[in-house]
Design a protein around this ligand. Structure first.
Ligand code: GDP
Length: 323
């Protein structure tokens, strides 16, 4: 098998090669895509060695402060830390504030760290896919901790929880009062809930921690291999970082991560297949799809009948173009 020129320097841990490889996977040019997939296939066997941590929370909760504190703490202990992001706003605006180096001034210049903003443009699924692939590249380059941050809106947490070993929700000391506001869906995804800014109001932080503990225990099915727990910390002055890392280690010692990753990979494959089949089928068929949709709306066909009729069309032969 031919070797991609970026493979060797990337495996040797060169950040420039890693950055260039990520640029390659982010490209939308079809020839780049084939090249990127070949590179990923080549590097795949060298990946998988990191602990993958997903992190979510509303803007202002302290995500970048926390990543900076945790990242530096880890880097000082010899870990190599990569920070990636899935930023839903980058889909709309084409730009991203997440994973922005200026938000993590210390970590961004540390030789043991690598920070990459969220890929922009495309769909959220596309952004998530590229982040997932970037994670593979970071692991192949020897990063042993990968932090993937996202902001707590919509589908992006599900995407990030689906590509990480452990999912962390960052909240504020008034989280108890806001517990209603934290979407149940996010609580169900999280393995650790962290009350940040505990320094601002220690009593409220204690209260929030107990309330989160109670809420998490209600959501956890009996006999689950890991009981999600609540912690508190102050990212700004570094308090609680060590306890957080201990919880991560305990999690890794408890949960069957290879099984979790296999389930995630299978789910990702299914998702890609669904998307590809849908795209292939819909492409060049706007006329017939529109026609069937109108018939459904006019009550001439039931939705099931319309879909059955469409499925009789060959998958790869779209309607002839109108001349
Ligand atoms: P992000 O939008 O979630 O990334 O939030 P930032 O990390 O940018 O933090 C928002 C603000 O909260 C900044 O002014 C931080 O300095 C501040 N902040 C973050 N963590 C703490 C903390 O533990 N204690 C206090 N007092 N302030 C904090």
């Amino acid at each position: 098998m031919p070797t991609h020129p970026l493979a060797a320097p990337l495996l040797a841990g060169q950040r420039r090669a890693l950055a260039r490889a990520i640029t390659l996977i982010e490209s939308t040019r079809p020839d780049h895509e084939a090249e990127a997939q070949a590179l990923l296939a080549e590097l795949g066997p060298h990946a998988g060695g990191a602990v993958r941590i997903g992190l979510t929370g509303v803007p202002g909760v302290g995500k970048s402060t926390f990543i900076e504190a945790l990242g530096l703490w880890l880097a000082e202990r010899g870990h190599r830390v990569a920070v990636l992001a899935v930023d839903p706003s980058s889909v709309r605006t084409g730009g991203s504030i997440m994973g922005d180096k200026t938000r993590m001034p210390g970590l961004s210049v540390h030789p043991g760290a690598f920070i990459r903003p969220s890929p922009s443009g495309g769909t959220l699924g596309g952004v998530a896919r590229r982040t997932r692939e970037a994670m593979t590249l970071c692991e192949a380059a020897g990063y042993d901790v990968v932090l993937v941050e996202t902001v707590g809106v919509g589908q992006s947490e599900t995407q990030v929880a689906g590509m990480t070993d452990l999912f962390v929700l960052l909240t504020l000391p008034n989280a108890g009062d806001e517990l209603q506001g934290i979407k149940r869906g996010i609580m169900e995804l999280c393995d650790l809930a962290v009350v940040n800014k505990a320094d601002t109001d220690p009593r409220a932080a204690n209260r929030a921690q107990s309330q989160l503990t109670a809420a998490l225990s209600l959501l956890t099915p009996h006999g689950a291999e890991w009981r999600p727990r609540a912690l508190q910390l102050s990212a700004l002055n570094g308090q609680g970082i060590e306890a957080f890392w201990e919880a991560v280690q305990e999690f890794r010692g408890t949960v069957d991560l290879p099984a979790r990753r296999r389930t995630q990979t299978a789910g990702w494959f299914d998702e890609l297949l669904r998307e590809a089949v849908w795209k292939t089928f819909v492409q060049g068929r706007s006329q017939v799809l529109g026609q069937r949709r109108s018939e459904v709306l006019a009550g001439q066909l039931t939705p099931v009948q319309a879909v059955r009729a469409l499925l009789d069309l060959p998958l790869d032969r779209p309607e002839p173009r109108p001349r």
